[in-house]
Structures are given as C-alpha cells and as structure tokens.
Write a protein that binds this ligand. Structure first.
Ligand code: 3HC
Length: 705
C-alpha cells in the first residue's frame, strides 16, 4: 500500500499543543510512510514557535501495533525507527504518547522513548516480539529493564503477554490512566509538563533498577530453560540483552540489542514464526463465499453433552462472556460435568490466572438443563457427545424440532461424516462440524468442517464464532479425519512401522521431542490410555473390517501391551513403565518388539534421530499435499496452523508444510521417493508435490529458487 507520509501522520495544533495522529491502517504499524510521517511532523512541531508541547496519538482508537511485519526481509526504506526515537528523546518540548487500543512491540518502544505516556483504561501494552521469533529491537529490552528492573523485563518480554493499562501504571510504564478520552487527557498532561518546564526524563539513562544485579540471576534463567530454548534463538538473546541493560552504558546496550535483533531476524525460527502469524490470520478467511454471507450474531450458545469436551467448549464460551445452556441426558451426568468445570476453574484461581470473581461470573453464565426446549433461543448449538452416528443423528433430529429458525447446529465430531449428521435434520444447510481439541478450554484449534450441504452463511458464522471464543479456526473439508487426524493417522502409522523395524518408543519420542514436539507419540498414547483404541480395534476385527493377521496390521505391539494389563500411565505401565508420572523405557517392550519382528520376518535395524524425524515428517507432508490437492484444506498454511495449534507442532518450525518448504520440497520428495521404492504404495508421492518440484514452485505456486 502506498500512502503519503503526510497522510500517515496527520498534524494539527490545539492551543499550543501539536497533535500528531498516526493513521496507517489497518493497525498503525511502523511502516516506512509512518516513520517518514513521524520525522516530518516532529520537525514541523519543533519548528513551530507557537507549539509548547507535542502529543502523539493513533487514529481509530488504537496506538501502534509495532514494526510492520511485512517489511521483514525486504530492503529498508525511509528513516529507521531509532532515528524517530532519538528525535523524541532529544525533544526540547515535552512529548506525550496518548495510548488507546494496543501499544505493542515497536509501538511500545516508540512510546518508551518519549518522556511521558498517558493510557486509556482499556489499552493493552506489551512486547510480543518473541512470538515472531524476535526480540524488541528498538530499545525495548534496554528501556524496559531500566524502567522496571530485569525481573519484570524478563517476564514481559519472554512471555510476550499484553498487560492492562492499570498494570502498566503499577509497573511505571505509563504516567497516567484515564477512563475518559485519552487525547484530551494527554493534551492536558502535556500542557502541565510544558508549564513545569525543565529537563524531561530519559528512560535510557536510568540506572536505579539495574545496579548490582547478580549475574547468577541470568545464568539461572538460562539453565532452567536450556532444553525448551534449544531450537530457537530469540529467548536466549532476550536474556543476553536484558543482562546487557544491567551491565552496559545506554549506547552500548542499544547497540548490543541491535546486533542481537539482527541475529534473530536472520534465524530460520523467525521466518517460521512470521509465517505462522500471517498463516493464522489467513486461516480465518474462507475463499469463494457469497459476498452476502456475513456471519450471524451469536449471543447465546447451547452445548449438548457435559463431558470433557462439552464442558471445555462451554468454558471457552463463558470465558468471553457468552451465556451457555448446557444440556445432559441425566441429572447425574449434568452434576458431574458442572463439578468438573468448577474444578478446572478452581485450579486457575489457585494458579492466579483468574480471580474468584471472574470465575463466579463465568460459572454464573452456564444454565444447566435436561430439557431440549431450553435450547430454543440459542443462536448456535454444539453437540459434543460420544462418537456414535446413531446417537448423533437422534440428537440432531431432536434439535431440529426445538432450535429456532436460522440457528447454527454444530457437531463436535472428530471422525464422522457431517453430511450424514446434517441429513437427520430438515435444515442441512445450517449444520456444520466444529472439531475442538482436548482440553477444549485450553487448546486453540477449532477445525470447522464444511459438509457439502452447509450454506455459505453457516460456514461464515461458524468461522467467526470460533474466533469470538478465542479459538483459531481452520476450515476443513469433509473426509475421514479431516485435516488434523487424517495426518495424525499417517504419523502414527509411520512411527509404528519404525518400531517394528528396529526403533524403540523412547527413541521415536526422543527424536520428536528434540525436534520440538512437547511430547512424543507413545507418551501421549500412554497418557490418553490404551484401552479405548484397543477396544475399538477389537470391535472392527469382530465386524470383519480389520484383519489382525494381515502383514499391514501394525497394532500387534499395542494389542500385546494392553493384553499384558498395561493400559498406559493410569495403570503404571504402557509403552513405558511409570513411577507416578515419571516414565522410563521398559526392556519388556523391547522384548515384545523383537518377538513381533521375528514373527513378521523383519530384521531389526537401528535408526538415527534424523532418519526418524525425516521419515515421520515426510509422511505427514505427503499426506498434507494430498489433502491440499483434494481441497480438504484451503491452503498449505492452514495445515501448518492445524498442526501448531492442535497437535503441538513446534511454532518455531512453522508447521509441517513450512518445514518442508524450508527444507526444500525437492529434498522432501527425495525422501518420499526413496521410501516409496523401499516400502511400496503407502509412500506413493502426492502428484501435487511432484508437480511443484518439477516446476520449481512452493506450496502457493511462487517460484522457490
Ligand atoms: N505489521 C503488519 N501487519 C499487521 C501487523 C503488523 N505489526 N499487525 C497486524 N497486522 C495486520 C494483520 O496481518 C491483519 O491483516 P489482514 O487483515 O490482511 O489479515 C490486520 O493487520 C489485522 O490484524 P488482526 O486480524 O490481528 O487484528 P486484531 O484486531 O485481531 O488484532 C493486534 C490487532 C492485537 C494489533 C494484532 O494484529 C497483533 O497482535 N499484531 C502483531 C503485534 C506484534 O507482534 N507487534 C510486534 C511486531 S515486531 C516489532 O515491533 C519489532 C520491533 O521490536 C522492532
């Protein structure tokens, strides 16, 4: 977007105060026109003898959302942010930032270079660069540390969290908070400072909070997080910069931070995290919807089923103030579900993440019921009961009779056909899948599953509703497993094959963990319990849909583990043995694996971590390419979002499809082709992948060279 500097920062005077209004849509990021505009308008204000003070404000009730992320990796244009900060810091006239909406990243850093800040009570402030694989590179690590001390700086910058205006006042980040119009308050504040005169404070020169800090303090932080930060650059660099703020002079510290920022900027983890920032926002968009398919307003939600999923979904709704009618089939189940919701909230109060008053308010928004008629005025009803087509169809039949016309009828199915569920109603266009992940009150992903029958309005509303309850929506087509579980099945299969071929559960899990997954596959299976999958398999075998004697049957180990009475962590043994929650490798499992290999005539071999990771990831990517080609996912980046927000794929790797592109699609195809030659058709390369490699293109069709 090209915009003139004069438009990006408007100028007016109000009785001796110059008002600089940053107006650079959509979020007033610090793009080149905005930086040029600031330089221009600051000079104008300094040159105007009638101006006694300067106020900087953002248009449309938002201050500044930080550096323009779209500029990363591109040639620099216009003045640097640091030059603007220097002008602010050296201003002989008092400068006050009037903060409403968000002051984030470079936006807060801009404000910290001015002597004074006034915030609206609803404003949020933060340095979230770490989420982009970066550190605050415009003095944020230096000025915040000098303002609030290294402990506060570490907390805010490593977490990247936003703080309220009240908290910012308590920490000294702002000088005043107002419930009224922030511009008026800032102008009054600026006039007062102009009248007082004198030298205005410069945060960068403060040393009261940074003197005599024991270097061991930083060393402890580094040691405690060494494992978690192993594959990423920014957190370690953040600690170094905050330490530098305590040991170096102002200019030296700023220079140190600049160099560290550059290191982060060039790291692969930065590219991955910036990719995810845009991927997350892209995933919320649906291509090709009718222009009039605007989301309906959702003001009341019904949830059917108060089990773990239903309770978690209800919590997600009431957490954002949406009233919920929670329906169960029996009083006992309803009471049990509500008790679990209360226990979850009690834990958050104990942890300090919520106050008792917030929890009471949230729980008060839940209306328990046994009567379908109470769902009559809900704008959306989400069914979250056991995965059984018969039961789901019965519920949707009942819902059809009571739900108001136009209400969205959603099913939290993870596997069943949404079209078949929709056909149980007289309004299939209003039916959609909303696949939440457990625990639903915590996990961010919501796969919105569009059946063939869903109307555009239903799709648009379900996507907007997921955002409304603070989830990350991804649109998926209707196929077995949708996007996430379809790839998970492939991932699990490949890992199981690796076990039979010679790896052990702890080797596979160790390789995945070192790659960055929070938990390996077998630990996860043990945690979820092994008996449910076992029983489902036995039912399929009894029904003749699965053959345990087929060479392709990969569950011999799992079956033997369960038949030995090892049901996972809950029974003290599964793929691992347990002391409490501590898992350790069990020679009995290796013995079972040797036995199975002998039965199948497999010669066990050893695998390196890289071989394990390459094989599992290449299989995931190949399936991802098929999903993309079939139109089950709208874009490759949607698959990345699914895996990062629903399956613990490390953010700093950007998701499986991004990983593949960073690695080189041609290299990934080589792995797939080698496995195809060795293991046959399950490794058949996705035609899309072959085509893109042949044409030298990335997932979105742009040239890769
Ligand atoms: N640069 C460029 N574009 C940005 C942007 C930024 N900093 N922040 C948001 N956008 C774009 C989004 O991509 C989106 O574009 P789209 O409409 O084309 O999809 C649009 O602005 C609206 O964004 P959201 O959908 O996220 O709008 P919300 O109202 O939900 O949220 C927000 C607004 C809280 C400001 C959120 O966008 C956000 O958190 N932005 C990122 C903030 C951030 O990380 N700042 C640090 C940047 S790095 C930095 O400052 C380095 C410095 O230290 C030198």
């Amino acid at each position: 977007m090209s915009m003139s500097p004069e438009d990006a920062v408007r100028y007016e005077t109000r009785d001796g105060v110059a008002l600089l209004t940053i107006d650079f849509p959509p979020v007033n990021a610090l793009g080149a026109p905005m930086r040029e505009g600031m330089a221009l308008r600051l000079t104008q204000a300094q040159d105007d003898p009638a101006v006694k003070a300067i106020v900087v404000v953002g248009a449309n009730d938002r201050f500044v959302a930080g550096a323009d992320i779209r500029e990363f990796g591109k040639p620099k244009v216009g003045p640097e942010l640091q030059q603007i900060q220097q002008m602010l810091e050296d201003s002989p006239k008092p400068v006050v930032c009037a903060i409403d909406g968000h002051a984030l990243g470079g936006g807060l850093e801009l404000a910290l270079a001015t002597p004074f800040r006034v915030a609206a009570s609803r404003a949020k402030l933060g340095l979230p660069e770490v989420h982009l694989g970066l550190l605050p590179g415009a003095g944020g690590t230096q000025r915040l540390t000098r303002l609030a001390g290294p402990e506060v700086a570490l907390d805010l910058i490593l977490s990247g969290r936003h703080v309220s205006a009240a908290k910012a006042l308590e920490l000294g980040l702002v000088d005043e908070v107002t419930a009224g119009p922030v511009t008026d308050a800032a102008i009054a504040f600026a006039r007062g400072k102009a009248a007082e005169g004198g030298a205005f404070p410069k945060l960068i020169e403060r040393t009261d909070k940074t003197r005599n800090i024991d270097p061991a303090f930083f060393e402890t932080v580094r040691q405690k997080n060494a494992m978690a930060w192993a594959n990423t650059v920014a957190p370690t660099k953040i600690v170094e910069c905050i330490e530098a703020a305590c040991t170096m002079g102002p200019r030296e510290g700023l220079q140190f931070e600049r160099e560290a920022f550059q290191v982060c900027l060039e790291a692969p983890s930065r590219a991955a995290q910036v990719h995810l920032f845009f991927a997350e926002r892209g995933a919320a968009k649906v291509d090709g919807l009718a222009p009039d398919a605007k989301p309906k307003v959702i003001a009341k939600v019904g949830v059917i089923g108060a089990g773990t999923m239903g309770g978690g979904i209800a919590m997600s709704c009431v957490n954002v103030g949406l009233p919920v009618v929670l329906l169960e089939a029996s009083q006992e189940a309803l009471d049990g579900g509500l008790a679990k919701v209360r226990t979850n909230y009690d834990i958050s109060v104990q942890r300090g993440s919520r106050t008792q008053a917030q929890v009471d308010k949230a729980v008060g928004l839940i209306t328990p019921t046994l009567d379908y008629a109470d769902l009559a005025d809900c704008d959306i009803v989400i069914e979250a009961v056991f995965e059984d087509m018969g039961i789901k169809r019965e519920i949707f039949g009942k819902l059809d009779k009571v739900a108001k016309p136009g209400a969205i009828l959603a099913s939290n199915t993870s596997a069943l056909s949404i079209d078949e569920i929709a056909r149980a109603t007289t309004r299939p266009g209003d039916v959609i899948g909303t696949h939440f992940f457990s625990p639903a009150n915590v996990m961010k992903l919501c796969e919105v599953v569009r059946g063939d029958l869903a109307s555009d309005m239903t799709i648009a509303t379900a996507m907007a509703f997921a955002k409304q309850i603070a989830k990350v929506p991804v649109l998926a087509g209707n196929c077995e497993g949708f996007i996430g579980n379809r790839i998970l099945r492939i991932y699990g299969t490949e890992a199981d094959i690796l076990l039979e071929a010679g790896a052990t559960p702890s080797q596979v899990d160790g390789a995945l963990k070192n790659f960055g997954f929070p938990m390996g596959l077998y630990l996860m299976r043990d945690m979820s319990g092994l008996d449910v999958g076992y029983r489902m398999r036995k039912a399929r075998i009894a029904a003749g849909t699965e053959d345990p004697n087929s060479p392709n049957y990969l569950h011999r180990l799992w079956d033997r583990i369960v038949e030995a009475g090892r049901l996972g962590q809950k029974s003290g043994a599964g793929y691992y043995k347990y002391e409490g929650r501590n898992a350790s490798a069990d020679p009995q499992i290796e013995a079972m694996l040797t036995e199975i290999a002998e039965e199948k005539g497999i010669v066990r071999q050893s695998f390196t971590e890289d071989q394990i990771v390459d094989r599992i990831l290449a299989a995931m990517v190949n399936e991802g390419a098929k999903i993309l080609e079939e139109g089950i996912a709208q874009r490759a980046s949607d698959i990345d979002v699914t895996y990062v927000f629903g399956y613990g794929f490390p953010k700093y790797r950007g998701g499986p499809m991004f990983w593949a592109q960073q690695r080189g699609l041609d290299k990934v195809l080589e792995i797939i082709l080698a496995n195809h030659a060795a293991y046959g058709d399950r490794w058949k390369p996705a035609p899309l992948l072959e085509r893109l490699v042949a044409q030298g293109q990335g997932w979105d069709g742009t040239p890769t060279a």
